[in-house]
Design a protein around this ligand. Structure first.
Ligand code: GLN
Length: 380
C-alpha cells in the first residue's frame, strides 16, 4: 500500500463528524448548512430526472452548466470566459486533485500557505512532489513577501492559494493578490486557486480572482464549488477554470478520476447560477447565522477572531480563558459538552502550528446555535 496513505490520519472533518454522531453532539465541525439546498434547485433536479438523459454527460460538463459558470463569473467578477475554459468536476476536491495531477511532477515543489486545507499536501506527495509550507502571519493571516520569497527555489512549480481562506475567513487584499501574481510570473509558477468561498463573504466586497491579475491568465486554475454557493455540499458539483490550452490538459486528469458528474445536478446548478438573487439570498442567510453565533460567543466572554468570509467563526481559546490546546479542547468539547468543532492545528503541518484556535460552523438554525452556545458556556 502506498506510504502516503498508510501514514495519513483520517481527515479531521470525518473524525469530528464521527465523534459528533457517537456523542449525539451538535455538529459545528465539518462545514455544511443544516437544511436542504434551495427548493428551486431540488425541483430542477427532479424535473431533469423525469425529462432528460441520466446517462454519461459530456466529459467536461453539460454545455448549459459550462456556459452558466462562464456567464456567472462574467457578471460577478468581471471575467471574460468561454465554455472551453470551464471543466465541471465532482466537487472542488476533485478539481484540486485534477489540478495537482495535471501540474506537478516528481521532484517538483508546491507552495501552500498555512493554515491549509488538508487535501492539498497528501495529493502533492502522492504525485511525488514536495509540499512547501509557508505560514500566513497572524492576526490578519497576511502573505509576507520575504517569507514567500525565501520558500521559492528553482524546483518550485506551483502555489496553491485558498482565497477566501478556510478556516479563518481571511480575504486577500489587492496588494497580496498583486504580490502573488508578481512572484508567480517572476518564477514561472502555476497557481492553483481554491476560491470555493468566493461568494460567501460578509464584507460587502466583490471577489477578485488571482486569475485576473496581470500575467496570470495562462498559469492559473481557478476552482469553484456549487456546494458552497448554494449550500448543497453533498451534490459534489465543482469546476476548474483555465485558459483553453491548459483546460484541455486539466480535462485529461479529470477524465480518469471521475470522468463525469451526475447530469441532473449539473442542469440544476446551471439554473441556479443564472439567478443572482438566489445566490445573494444564500449569503444573506449566512450573514444572519454568522451574526447570531458571533454575538452569542462575544456576549458570553468568548473571543471571536476577525474574519470576513466562509461558514466559519474562529475563537481564540487562550483569550477566552480556556487553557487547553485546540485538539484537546475539540475532543473534550464534543464528548463533554456535545458540540463538535475543528481545531485549527489540524490544518497546519509542523511544530509551529498555533494551538489556541477552534473553528465553529455558523450556517445552522438559530435554535441550534443557541443550544450550542449554552452548552459551550456551561462547559467552560
Ligand atoms: N470543506 C469542508 C470544511 O471545511 C469539509 C469538506 C470535507 O469534509 N471533505 O468543513
Amino acid at each position: 500500500l502506498n506510504a502516503v496513505y498508510t501514514a495519513l490520519p483520517t481527515t479531521i472533518f470525518e473524525h469530528m463528524s464521527g465523534l459528533a454522531r457517537a456523542n449525539e453532539a451538535i455538529n459545528l465541525g465539518q462545514g455544511f448548512p443544516d437544511g436542504p439546498p434551495p427548493p428551486v434547485l431540488s425541483a430542477a433536479v427532479t424535473r431533469a430526472m423525469a425529462e432528460r438523459s441520466q446517462h454519461y454527460p459530456p466529459m467536461a460538463g453539460v454545455p448549459e452548466l459550462r456556459d452558466a459558470v462562464a456567464d456567472f463569473y462574467g457578471r460577478q467578477q468581471g471575467l471574460a470566459l468561454s465554455r472551453e475554459e470551464v471543466i465541471v468536476t465532482s466537487g472542488a476536491t476533485e478539481a484540486i486533485a485534477a489540478a495537482i495531477l495535471a501540474i506537478a511532477s516528481p521532484g517538483d515543489e508546491v507552495l501552500m500557505f498555512q493554515p491549509a486545507y488538508d487535501a492539498y499536501a497528501p495529493l502533492v506527495r502522492r504525485v511525488g512532489a514536495v509540499p512547501v509550507f509557508v505560514p500566513l502571519q497572524p492576526p490578519a493571516w497576511s502573505y509576507d513577501a520575504q517569507t514567500i520569497r525565501a520558500a521559492i527555489t528553482p524546483r518550485t512549480r506551483a502555489m496553491i492559494v485558498n482565497d477566501p481562506l478556510n478556516p479563518t475567513g481571511k480575504i486577500m487584499d489587492a496588494g497580496e493578490r498583486a504580490l502573488l501574481a508578481e512572484l508567480a510570473v517572476e518564477h514561472d509558477l502555476y497557481a492553483i486557486c481554491d476560491e470555493v468561498w468566493e461568494t460567501v463573504r460578509f464584507d460587502g466586497g466583490t471577489h477578485r480572482s488571482l486569475l485576473a491579475e496581470p500575467g496570470m491568465a495562462e498559469r492559473t486554475v481557478k476552482i469553484g464549488s456549487a456546494g458552497k454557493i448554494f449550500g448543497a455540499t453533498g451534490w459534489k458539483v465543482g469546476w476548474m477554470i483555465a485558459a483553453p490550452a491548459m483546460a484541455a490538459v486539466l480535462a485529461k486528469a479529470h477524465q480518469f478520476l471521475t470522468f463525469t458528474t451526475p447530469p441532473m445536478l449539473q442542469w440544476a446548478v446551471a439554473e441556479g447560477l443564472a439567478d443572482d438573487a438566489l445566490v445573494a439570498g444564500q449569503v444573506a442567510g449566512w450573514a444572519a447565522t454568522r451574526r447570531i453565533l458571533n454575538e452569542g460567543l462575544a456576549r458570553n466572554g468568548l473571543t471571536v477572531l476577525p474574519g470576513e468570509a466562509t461558514w466559519f467563526t474562529c475563537i481564540d481559546l487562550a483569550a477566552s480563558g480556556i487553557a487547553l490546546g485546540d485538539r484537546e479542547a475539540a475532543e473534550r468539547l464534543v464528548r463533554e459538552a456535545r458540540v463538535a468543532s475543528i481545531p485549527l492545528s489540524a490544518l497546519w503541518e509542523g511544530d509551529d502550528a498555533p494551538q489556541h484556535i477552534l473553528r465553529l460552523c455558523h450556517c445552522k438554525p438559530e435554535a441550534m446555535l443557541n443550544e450550542a452556545l449554552e452548552r459551550i458556556v456551561g462547559w467552560q
